[in-house]
Design a protein around this ligand. Structure first.
Ligand SMILES: *Cc1c(COP(=O)(O)O)cnc(C)c1O
Length: 385
């Protein structure tokens, strides 16, 4: 059994997911070697790689990095992937390794809720931060002179989409780098590097690992020099994944295609059902044919994700709805096999209405889940608004 990156690039997503990153079979060894717990490795004499000290590298990361690379850029062997302790560790690694005082960076104004904190830190280091919404490719309007463009498409939690190829072309024309947050799409839903981006960055905490029990992040990129800076940042900051988390993540990748297929199909079915409800407004799912994001999404995405967002008439109604749900936990984050939903305004950050719900569709039977949601909508509407 031996295959090349190119061979693996030709297989379907399910086949690729179950085999991603596995080493060549060795008699009497497990298919996926267990986590290597080591702060340091035997290192007699001259210092040579690959494994010397546990903050620099670890064999369990190596296999996971190979796996994620195969999923992010099927069939290519010029992509380097680095795993981190969390999505924010990965995001910060790109931003803080690539930007210097005096540089301009363009962030989305409707992106992940920790980005405003990152903005404050970047500004403290003398980086000029500009923001614009994801929808309508509005980041193009503030791109002039930027060193780095940060894209989040689909955006979390608003589910707007921008034309990644178009933004990349504009950024590259003026010498700017482009990073895409691929968390919501997952590497099975979107291939940012193929769309021209310099970095695909994601939180593996969400659908990539999918069980709500691991924090993880990664950066995938093609350019050796920029990736060397990202690697150096990981070493300096030490925002590294524990071997156990890395191994759990790799184990979870084997079911990625199954989970994504089921969760995304149910998300579409749920969105179709919610469309019929008079108390639901602002319904968003990029896979809905009449969603404002659908046209662009269909040109660059292969799957549309497991998150559906919508608004109920008031915050109180939204809270009653969440309480009435039996199969859906009121919890933040998304992408897990168990459905979750939350009223986003409770965090105070996102610019969304009081009754705005972000729902993450899990792997339950679609009929059960949709029935539970419709019943909770009925029950939560009974008391006077
Ligand atoms: C959750 C999330 C992050 C941060 O990831 P962590 O693993 O929680 O650090 C970044 N971007 C997006 C789009 C996310 O949803």
């Amino acid at each position: 059994m031996s295959d090349t990156a190119k061979d693996r690039g030709r297989t379907g997503d399910g086949t690729r997911a179950v085999r991603a990153g596995l080493p060549e079979p060795v008699k009497h060894e497990p298919t996926l070697p267990g986590p290597v717990f080591a702060a340091h490795f035997h290192l007699p004499g001259e210092v040579t790689g690959p494994y010397s000290y546990g903050r620099d590298d670890n064999p369990t990361w190596t296999l996971l990095e190979r796996a994620i690379g195969e999923l992010e850029a099927p069939g290519r062997d010029d992509v380097e992937t680095l795993v981190f302790a969390s999505g924010m560790a990965a995001i910060s690694a790109v931003l803080f390794s690539q930007l210097r005082a005096g540089d301009v960076v363009v962030l989305p104004s409707d992106g992940y809720q920790v980005l405003p904190l990152v903005r404050t830190q970047l500004e403290a280091y003398g980086v000029e931060v500009r923001t614009a919404p994801t929808g309508g490719d509005a980041q193009l309007e503030v791109l002039d002179g930027a060193r780095l463009l940060w894209i989040e498409s689909p955006s979390n939690p608003g589910l707007d989409v921008c034309d990644i190829r178009r933004l990349v072309a504009a950024a590259h024309a003026q010498g700017a780098l482009v990073a895409v947050d691929n968390t919501l799409a997952t590497p099975l839903g979107q291939h940012p590097l193929e769309l021209g981006a310099d970095f695909s960055v994601a939180s593996g905490t969400k659908q990539l690992t999918g069980h709500g029990d691991v924090l993880l992040g990664y950066v995938a990129g093609r350019d050796t020099e920029t990736m060397a800076a990202v690697r150096r940042w990981r070493k300096i900051v030490g925002a590294i994944s524990g071997p156990m988390e890395a191994w759990l993540a790799h184990r979870s990748l084997a079911t990625l295609q199954l989970r994504v297929e089921r969760q995304n199909a149910t998300a579409l079915a749920l969105a179709e059902a919610l469309k019929q409800r008079p108390e639901v407004s602002g319904l968003r799912y990029p896979g809905l044919p009449d969603d404002p994001s659908h046209r662009t999404a269909s040109q660059q995405m292969r799957r549309y994700g497991c998150v559906v967002s919508f608004t109920l008439p008031t915050g109180a109604r939204a809270e009653r709805f969440l309480e009435a749900l039996r199969l859906v936990e009121d919890a933040t984050s998304f992408g897990g096999v168990r459905s979750t939903a939350e009223r986003r305004r409770r965090w105070g950050g996102d610019a969304v209405p009081e009754g705005f719900i972000r729902m993450s569709v899990g792997a339950e039977d679609p009929e059960d889940l949709i029935a539970d949601v419709l019943r909770a909508l009925d029950e939560s509407g009974s008391s006077a608004e």
